[in-house]
Design a protein around this ligand. Sequence first.
Ligand SMILES: [Zn+2]
Length: 236
Amino acid sequence: MPLNETMRRNQEHRAHRAGWLRAAVLGVNDGLVSTASLMVGVSAAMQSDSVILTTGLAGIAAGALSMAVGEYVSVRSQVDIEESDRALEEDQHATNPEGEFLELVQIYMARGLTEDLAKQVAEQMHAHNAIETHLRDELGQFEHTMARPLQASVASALSFTSGGLIPFLGFYLPIISSNSIRITAVTIVGLAIAGFISAKTAGTNLLKGTARVVGGGMIGMIITGAIGAFAHSAGL
Ligand SMILES: [Zn+2]
């Protein structure tokens, strides 16, 4: 197979999408389910339209901000780990280059190369870029999987908001008069679309991926709706 063809085929792999896809899927699902659950919970407690809508908006704002901050903090700590790994590696290369060379030879031998070939590869890799080689082959750091806190934070906030807007806007649809049933129905449609898109992007089984997202979301709404109804009947 020609090299170009091989490279094109390799680009079909999905691993490089893992970071932002995970954040975006999580955000949309979270926005959909938590906003819908809040609105269903409040409407099950027989609150007025304006209370339900205010709850929805406040839920979207609170959720988007908390997702953004949470994602930033968690990804930022991943960056800290990557940076301190790099500093440690640079330090070891400065103080013990021989040991680092042998370490790389060991790694390649453990992956199946003969000692001779492992030494040749290690020599050439060290001549090319020793630090990058160690970060990749020893610590598993790749350029395309590097943690990007700001990107992850913005992606989470935006995806939470777009998920949350579905039940919120669904409230205005002129279908089904019961508020809680209408919000639930619109949300299930939204969950199905979100689940389908994420399964498609991730390249996983469409039916399973969609069912997982819809099922998980429905459980959330049912529980919150039940709590709202209970709170109302208990006279809270
Ligand atoms: Zn090393």
